[in-house]
Ligand binder design. Structure first.
Ligand code: ATP
Length: 293
């Protein structure tokens, strides 16, 4: 049977603020997320044999219910009493547990793809309501572009995209526990002035002003992550010294992204080469150049 192919894009957080901790342990966030060209590829097809099957090019990833794709497929199969089997293949390119919403984006591709494959006729906002049950970042991943995300991630507002630019991604080989980072944030004790100014960044996005946007970049979670892993600060400093307009940790890390003007493509390649010759390179699992999309 025909197989459909979907791109599952990664994201960076241009700004990430945490406003409060809720009774249920979740946090109210206010963040600006931008999708990037780097993506996984998800293939989906109907199969005659009932059940859900997933294969992946990366042996370390779970292919059972530990994988968000399987959970998304199960949710849709049960709710819509889909009688057929579902066959899924994942070609992973996004770094795993990196703060780039790789798993969320793969799950979003499953929601979008099954809606298409089984002619379910759900609108994107209907998909969003189901997606948030599996993960706070999945509603955003149903879209492409730049969005303000509030609540636990379910309130989305589309924004003008980040102007064309080059984004260097550097993913350290270690991982950071999202849970541990949030537990150590103690958001009530943070002074107002230390929160990133998300509203002003929105104004700069509306002006299409790359420098102004970058100037306002911030991630409140760095308060915790830079103490836990000083190497993240070293990476950030490296890109700042190379003239990045913004050098910031994405999400709950540990990926650091660095933004350069679109005229500086050759410079970005030179920086990547230089990085490979530094001691920092031993720390990295991935370094590459991507773009907003
Ligand atoms: P976020 O930015 O939303 O916090 P992340 O980039 O930090 O996400 P993921 O790459 O989604 O993190 O992976 C987090 C964990 O989820 C991994 O330990 C992995 O085992 C599990 N996981 C489940 N499904 C997937 C998937 N499809 N791709 C990657 N990881 C997955």
């Amino acid at each position: 049977m025909d197989e459909i192919e979907l791109k599952a894009h990664g994201k960076i957080n241009l700004s990430l603020d945490v406003l409060s901790r809720r009774e249920d342990g979740y946090h109210n966030v206010k963040m600006i997320m931008q999708s990037v060209a780097l993506h996984d590829t998800v293939f989906l097809k109907k199969e005659e044999e009932r059940g859900i099957r997933l294969s992946c090019n990366l042996a370390s990833l779970p292919t059972d219910e530990g994988n968000l794709m399987v959970r998304a497929a199960k949710l849709m199969q049960e709710e819509f009493s889909i009688p057929d089997g579902i066959g899924m293949r994942l070609h992973k390119r996004l770094p795993v547990a990196a703060g780039m919403a790789g798993g969320s984006s793969d799950a979003a591709a499953v929601f979008l793809g099954l809606n298409q494959l089984f002619h379910l006729g759900l609108s994107v906002s209907e998909l969003e309501k189901r997606a948030v049950k599996l993960g706070a970042d999945i509603p955003f991943c149903l879209h492409r572009g730049c969005f303000l995300s509030e609540g636990i991630g379910e309130k989305l507002q589309e924004l003008p995209p980040l102007p064309p630019c080059h984004i260097i991604l550097a993913k350290p080989a270690f991982s950071l526990s999202t849970k541990l980072i949030y537990e150590n944030l103690h958001v009530d004790g943070i002074h107002k002035a230390e929160h990133p100014d998300v509203d002003r960044m929105i104004q700069e996005l509306k002006k299409n002003n790359l420098e102004g946007i970058c100037h306002l970049g911030g991630n409140i979670l760095e308060r915790v992550s830079l103490k836990l892993r000083p190497e993240i600060r070293e990476l950030k400093n490296y890109f700042t010294e190379k003239g990045a307009l913004l050098s910031l940790m994405s999400g709950s890390g540990p990926t650091v992204f660095a933004i350069f003007p679109k005229e500086e493509e050759a410079k970005c390649h030179a920086i990547l080469e230089d990085l490979k010759n530094t001691a920092l390179n031993n720390l990295l699992e991935l370094s590459c150049i991507t773009a907003p999309c």
